[in-house]
Design a protein around this ligand. Structure first.
Ligand code: ATP
Ligand code: MG
Ligand code: MG
Ligand code: MG
Length: 483
């Protein structure tokens, strides 16, 4: 069985053998681009080449890129831990052609790598192709379909719409159709009941997208019309952790050697075993995922803080602390103890982690402790709410109080309910949901979010990253005055 480190190497070596230059991952944290806080795809670092602002040093490149999808167009945060194949931070394996090869070669090589080199069963694979968009005068991508037909039976080639199969950089700029490769990992008896093609792009955890091949062949002009790109671009991205799951015969990314050492370490610290209680499992997955994100982000120079990118990282750390507090019984800082395991596991591919080990541990420990103090304050408040409710002869606390705990003290409803249950009490969930809806509406009104893989901002414009700490603090103060 190939290890994760061997799989990463095999990908870049394969493309090196096809004339590609292996390049390093760009930082996950972006410091000099006002339109994007974090790298969310392999192609980000090649933006200026694709736009024609910089000449390409190499026409063919390949790498494994650290990506983070927690804001803007790609935000997978709420899925993470609950499903088994979306992470906050993940690695995207990719290969690029800047004005060199195009669809024929990239489809042929993708097939050669997956089936020829890695020996994936071709019967499990599906490819999607752009179905066309008559109103824009775009035809079905018959060219790509034709190349796929050399490898796949017709019922494994699926038409996809503009949303899934037409990639655009933003409102203007390079764009084009794409082909995604999906894999069906269900047991044979399930496959016999429902054909895999019906489950592609349906959120089935065992029928998942592994690789996206983008064929940039147009340039969208400011008036919305399309012209042919002079130098066509190939841009591909494959989920590294998903590929490891496939090749290691697992049903979840967390069962691979990318995550198992961390999951085991969490289990040891908590005195719990992964795979025995679904809620504990979610919490372990959240912690295992988020510790990577936080450690890599600190390594790249982004510490948790009050504003913008730093606040996004702080929120991710707090999400992990809350799950650990609620479901893993961790009332004291403990995530920092996972850093050595992470480094042992990933330090080979990312030596920068090792170099900053003590800083990473110190920052995480301090953040954990600070947030646990906030949680304690919230718990004292909840105690008071419970006492008052009981004094009024009721056992159900109001949803408004539960929402304040959520909004101001970072208590998810789960945590509030857990504490209430221990005290024989409940919460008015309907009221809570109403408050949540109101809050979402307020956020929608206030937010101008990132809309593309990047957006061009007018001068002086800023972008929304969630409410920042100052506002958070203000609301705590306001709430304390009310109480
Ligand atoms: P999905 O539909 O599964 O959310 P996507 O279409 O959003 O994936 P792309 O933008 O096409 O993903 O990115 C290329 C590849 O990166 C995907 O084919 C997938 O294998 C992987 N990938 C995307 N998002 C994640 C994530 N959050 N965690 C792990 N891998 C991911
Ligand atoms: Mg996605
Ligand atoms: Mg997709
Ligand atoms: Mg995709």
């Amino acid at each position: 069985m190939l290890t994760a480190n061997e799989i990463r190497d095999s990908f870049v070596k394969f493309f090196e053998s096809k004339g590609h230059q292996i390049v390093p991952s760009a930082p996950m944290v972006i410091k000099d681009d006002p339109t994007l806080m974090f790298t969310n795809a392999g192609m980000n670092q090649f933006k200026d080449i694709i736009l024609g602002n910089h000449p390409a040093k190499y026409k063919r490149v390949t790498d494994s890129q650290k990506c983070l999808r927690v804001s803007g167009k790609h935000n997978d945060l709420e899925e993470v831990g609950h499903d088994t194949y979306h992470h906050t931070m993940f690695e995207m394996l990719g290969n690029w052609s800047f004005g060199d090869y195009f669809k024929k070669e990239v489809i042929g090589w993708a097939w050669e790598y997956l089936v020829g080199v890695l020996k994936i069963n071709p019967a499990d694979l599906y490819a999607t192709v752009f179905e066309g968009s008559p109103e824009e005068g775009l035809e079905r991508d018959n060219e790509a379909a034709g190349y796929w037909e050399q490898f796949l039976p017709k019922d494994h080639i699926i038409n996809g719409n503009k949303h899934d199969n037409f990639w655009e950089m933003g409102d203007t700029g390079p764009c084009g159709p794409c082909s995604e490769i999906h894999i069906d990992l269900r047991p044979d008896e399930e496959k016999a009941k429902v054909p895999g093609r019906e489950l592609v792009n349906q959120d089935n955890p065992l029928v998942i997208e592994i690789w996206n091949l983008v064929f940039m062949q147009y340039n969208r002009k400011a008036d919305g019309s399309l012209e042919a790109l002079p130098a066509k671009v190939i841009d591909t991205g494959m989920g590294f952790e998903r590929l490891c799951m496939v090749l290691q015969g697992k049903k979840s990314n967390y069962d691979t050697d990318v995550f198992q050492p961390i999951i085991k370490a969490i289990g040891n610290l908590a005195g719990m075993t992964y795979g025995t209680d679904p809620k504990v499992d979610v919490a372990m997955r959240v912690v295992a995922d988020h510790i990577r994100t936080i450690a890599f982000s600190i390594t790249d120079g982004q510490l948790p803080s009050n504003a913008k990118a730093g606040y996004v990282i702080r929120r991710i750390l707090r999400r992990a602390v809350r799950y650990a507090y609620t479901f893993l019984g961790q009332k004291q800082a403990f995530m920092f103890k996972l850093v050595p395991v992470l480094i042992e596991n990933m330090g080979h591919a990312y030596p920068e982690l090792k170099a900053q080990q003590s800083l990473i541990e110190k920052v995480i420990k301090e953040e954990e402790e600070a947030f646990l103090r906030t949680l304690e304050t919230g718990i004292r408040l909840l105690d008071k709410v419970m006492t008052d409710t009981k004094a009024a002869g009721k056992t159900e606390i109001s949803g408004v109080d539960a929402f304040t705990l959520y909004d101001t003290f970072g208590f998810p409803l789960d945590l509030t309910e857990l504490i209430l249950r221990e005290n024989g009490m409940t919460v008015n969930e309907e009221e809570f949901n109403t408050e949540m809806q109101k809050q979402k509406q307020r956020a929608r009104n206030a937010a101008a979010v990132e809309t593309g893989d990047w957006v061009v901002l007018e001068e002086g414009e800023t972008h929304f990253v969630g409410y920042d700490y100052t506002e958070y603090e203000t609301r705590i103060l306001r709430y304390r005055q009310i109480k």
